[in-house]
Ligand binder design. Sequence first.
Ligand code: ATR
Length: 295
Amino acid sequence: MEARRGRVVLLAHPAGHSLSPHMHNAAFSALGIAAEYEALDVTPEGLARAVAALRHEPYLGANVTVPHKEAVFGLVDELTPEAAAAGAVNTVVARGGRLVGHNTDGGGFLRALAELGTGYPAGLAEAQCLVLGAGGAARAVVHALLCAGARVSLANRNVARAERLAADLAHLGSASGSLRVCTAHVSSLLPSTDLLVNTTSVGMSGGPDPSRLPLIEPEDLELLPADVAVVDLVYRPAVTPLLAAAKARDLLVQNGLPMLVWQGALAFELWTGAPAPVEVMRNAAERGLHPTGRR
Ligand code: ATR
């Protein structure tokens, strides 16, 4: 008799157009793992029940996304330091009836950064980074950068929110990099920036401001050094207004797809214990983004 298929779900509301089912089902199938991944539309009222169900066979675990990443925090048995620092869980691993909450966003961010070929993440100890935004994604990214020894400036429209983030990460101490909140306009920081990361939703299609750059005017990009790397965590569209302006200056750029793929790869490894087929997952994510083959 065939063993029962493992199951992983994405807890989301709405379930929407996630690329995760594409990536993970392609990965299960490439490795011959008898498991399936399904996006579930779970309301905030139904979340506790959906998480409790993960304790039982055939669940390997789950991914968690908007708006549940913070709420799942209180529903698991254990949190990793990354999840605790991010204040959010994006991956739940079920083992013997216990649930462990992980956050693979920061790790995924660092793995994606390695693809830039600039010597990161090892070289981050020498790097001056400017992070735009102070939401959930920024928390994971700033935590990862600080643990890699970087000097980080954090800018956000709502400065008090950036200050809260900085206070929450202050416990990392002097063994890690340094973090300061930018209270003035970011333009004064641009000339000394080695790595610029946008974690805001500005520039995302369907987002709050799809045609603008986050916290920066296009002409300010002239202030960046020629060897800066510009990373935008947005991947819809593939070239955001920020990345278009950076490309026009011939700067090194990366959109959010590599981070999406790597956070998924790290989650896959946690559920299965198998090395993730990263290129299979990347191709599946790209096919999910451009189902007709058009860019
Ligand atoms: P995520 O979990 O993806 O980080 P989030 O927690 O909702 O999402 O955070 C969204 C980020 O985008 C925040 O930094 C937010 O800035 P505020 O804290 O000032 O709200 C930023 N953001 C959203 N819309 C913006 C806009 N129109 N201009 C500038 N920043 C914006």
